[in-house]
Design a protein around this ligand. Structure first.
Ligand code: C5P
Length: 226
C-alpha cells in the first residue's frame, strides 16, 4: 500500500499537485507543516477528492491531553493517526480507547536518532532494542502498528501480532537519497515485511508522477513474485 507524503507548505501547492495523482493511490499523508498552515480544511479537501488521509502529527503529551486531542482528530474522519510510543503505556492505552475506527500507529525511535543519541538520552540498549521495546508496548496497548525503517523490520516482524502494520518511510527507486540515510526500494521494503510505504519526493518531485507511481507498483509486484 502506497501512502504519498504531501510535504507541501500550503494548500495551493497541494491543489496543484493532486490532479497528477489521478486516483492512482488510495492514501495520502498530511504532516505537521501542512496541517499547521492549513488546518482541518486540507483534510476535508483531500477526503472530498476521495483519498484516505494519514494525519502524521506524532502526538506526545500526558494521557489526558493526547486523548482529548485525539477526540478532536476523530471528528475529522481520517484513516490513520500516530502518537509517540515514548508517551508510555497509559497514554497509548487512553489513545486506543478514543480512536476506535481509525488506524492508530506508534512512532518508535525517530530515524534521526542513532545509538549515540540514544545513549545521550540515557536510554538503555541500542536503537533497535529500543524500537523493538516500543513496538512491543504499542502492540500490547492495542495499537494497529508502528512507523519503522525498512532495516528495522528484519528481526521484528515475528515478535509482534500477525496483523500488526509496519508503516515504512525512506523509500527510493530512481531519485537520490536526499536527507534520508537508510533507504530501501519499494520492493525490498515490502519483501522485508512493510505493509504501508510512505513515499514523498520520489513521487512528488517526479517529472512524470504517473510513470513514477507505475514504476513503484511494478517494483513491488516484481519483488512479490520473485
Ligand atoms: O520524501 P521522502 O520519501 O523522504 O519523505 C518521507 C516522508 O516520511 C516524510 O513526510 C517524512 O517526514 C516521513 N518520515 C520519515 N522518517 C520517519 C518518519 C516519517 O521520513 N522515521
Amino acid at each position: 500500500m502506497i501512502i504519498v507524503a504531501l510535504d507541501f507548505p500550503n494548500a495551493d501547492e497541494v491543489k496543484a499537485f493532486i490532479p497528477k495523482l489521478e486516483g492512482q493511490v488510495e492514501w495520502v499523508k498530511v504532516g505537521m507543516e501542512l496541517f499547521y498552515s492549513e488546518g482541518p480544511a486540507i483534510v476535508d479537501y483531500l477526503q472530498a477528492q476521495g483519498y484516505k488521509v494519514f494525519l502524521d502529527l506524532k502526538l506526545h503529551d500526558i494521557p489526558n491531553t493526547v486523548s482529548s486531542s485525539l477526540k478532536v482528530i476523530d471528528t475529522m474522519g481520517v484513516g490513520m493517526v500516530n502518537v509517540h510510543a515514548l508517551g508510555g503505556i497509559d497514554m497509548l492505552s487512553k489513545a486506543r480507547e478514543v480512536v476506535r475506527d481509525t488506524l492508530l500507529i506508534g512512532v518508535t525511535i525517530l530515524t534521526s536518532h542513532n545509538d549515540q543519541a540514544i545513549s545521550q538520552l540515557n536510554l538503555k540498549g541500542n536503537v533497535f532494542e529500543n524500537v523493538l521495546n516500543l513496538a512491543t508496548l504499542s502492540d500490547e496497548c492495542g495499537l494497529d502498528g508502528i512507523v519503522c525503517s525498512g532495516q528495522d523490520l528484519k528481526g521484528m516482524k515475528d515478535k509482534l501480532r500477525e496483523k500488526f502494520l509496519f508503516v515504512t518511510p525512506g523509500i527510493r527507486l530512481n531519485s537520490g537519497s536526499q536527507d534520508q540515510k537508510r533507504i530501501m526500494t519499494p520492493g525490498q521494503a515490502m519483501r522485508a515485511g512493510a505493509t504501508h510505504l510512505v513515499i514523498g519526493r520520489e513521487i512528488t518531485k517526479a517529472n512524470d508522477v504517473g510513470a513514477s507511481i507505475a514504476a513503484i507498483k511494478k517494483d513491488i509486484d516484481d519483488s512479490l513474485i520473485a
